[in-house]
Ligand binder design. Sequence first.
Ligand SMILES: Cc1cc2nc3c(=O)[nH]c(=O)nc-3n(C[C@H](O)[C@H](O)[C@H](O)COP(=O)(O)OP(=O)(O)OC[C@H]3O[C@@H](n4cnc5c(N)ncnc54)[C@H](O)[C@@H]3O)c2cc1C
Length: 453
Amino acid sequence: MNFDYDLLIIGAGSGGIRLSRMAATHGWKVAVVEERYLGGTCVNVGCVPKKLFVYASQYPAQFEQAKNYGINGTLESIHWPTLRDNKTKEINRLNGIYKNLLEGPGVTIIDGRGQITGANSVAVDGKAYTAERIVIATGGWPFKPEIEGAEYGFTSNEAFFLDELPQRMVVVGGGYIAVEFAGIFNGLGVDTHLLYRGEQILRGFDQDVRDFVSEQVTEQGVNIHTNTDVVKIEKQTDGMLICHLNNGETLTCGGVMFATGRKPLTEGVGLESVGIELNNNGTIKTDGMFGTNVPSIYALGDVIGTPELTPVALAQAMKLLAHWFNGDNVLPLTYENIPTAVFCQPNIGTVGLSEEQAREKYPEDITIFDSNFRAMRHTITGETTRTYMKLVVQTSTDIVLGAHMVGDEAGEIIQGLAVAIKAGATKAIFDSTIGIHPTAAEEFVTMRTARSN
Ligand SMILES: Cc1cc2nc3c(=O)[nH]c(=O)nc-3n(C[C@H](O)[C@H](O)[C@H](O)COP(=O)(O)OP(=O)(O)OC[C@H]3O[C@@H](n4cnc5c(N)ncnc54)[C@H](O)[C@@H]3O)c2cc1C
């Protein structure tokens, strides 16, 4: 049978772009269908604009910090529209780069919503296309809780385009997106309240890291309310929002951001037309090489329920290409030792097992090294912010199972350590590595005394 394309991908996000341009580079006839924006979540409403906002949010505090260094300047104003619009300009530039990246090797970009209509066919705005292989790379979408007045709140999608910053903001959620945005708003001078229904923010991270970050973020000025949730939002005639909380109290603010979770974007993709199987949480069920239960249809990225990170979607695309072009002996991707960062202030960088995971996996066989200190820069600024580092080591083998850091540039530092941990480095190798002085990172190779408990 003759198909229009060797490969048709629905969704030009992190995974879809990488897959389509690399497949085209290998000589395949490729099309990618995109209904919103080239680059997907990461480029448009995720990693990239968020990091630009994080940079912005760090400047105001630096005016104060510089004073003890003898550098005097006054913060005159924070002009949100300038930041927002310059960010959008940069994203538009990236959209153009992605267009060139696709068109360069000959990928056809089809604008519109792709809907699967058969094992080898996709409809886009009423037009039919056929392909030997179809890949669903539609990503995820944020959702709001079903409470009265939820429509007055916004999600991360809209946070990047707010008309103005209110004096007080409520951020609902305890995951990394909530914590990062709380840091952004707080740094930009907004009285920020982070509401989380659980005991401690950042579930899934190492407990010491969670406790330390919670303290530090509070120290920076974010008001964290744990065991607290919004049950109803009322809008007043002056536009202010009254959040009714589960503890009976109210919190009046100018904006409510829901960072309460994301769900796979599978609605309207036509999965039911070919009977694609889903996992219990609504993500698409795939095998080790991203195949669905329909042999010609594959899926990857956030929509399949693996760690929701851009580098994971990229690695999956590369693995699928290797499977197609290098044959059956390609091993499935493993999801261990994926380094991640949370760009709150201070940052978190982490790779490998948390202490809790390590103790569960290797009971009675874990040694912990950790250190908590004031970064050199702040010995003069007068800032009380501190840095935390932790190594989780398997006692019997001396292998470092996890490295965690909270402090300036933690993401940058942990990326390097991730290589060592992936390579199976022992604590002895860490100890025999010469430090770079004076840095905070050198602490990772100079921690000698194991914690007693
Ligand atoms: C606020 C925020 C911050 C983040 N920060 C980070 C970070 O710092 N680091 C990190 O690694 N990850 C981060 N992420 C996660 C990262 O953005 C995702 O893991 C990544 O974008 C997933 O890539 P993907 O290809 O699966 O999907 P996406 O990038 O979401 O792309 C899916 C694309 O499919 C399109 N689409 C969907 N349905 C259809 C359809 N039917 N027809 C046509 N097109 C369709 C969408 O418009 C979208 O462009 C962040 C996410 C958010 C929301």
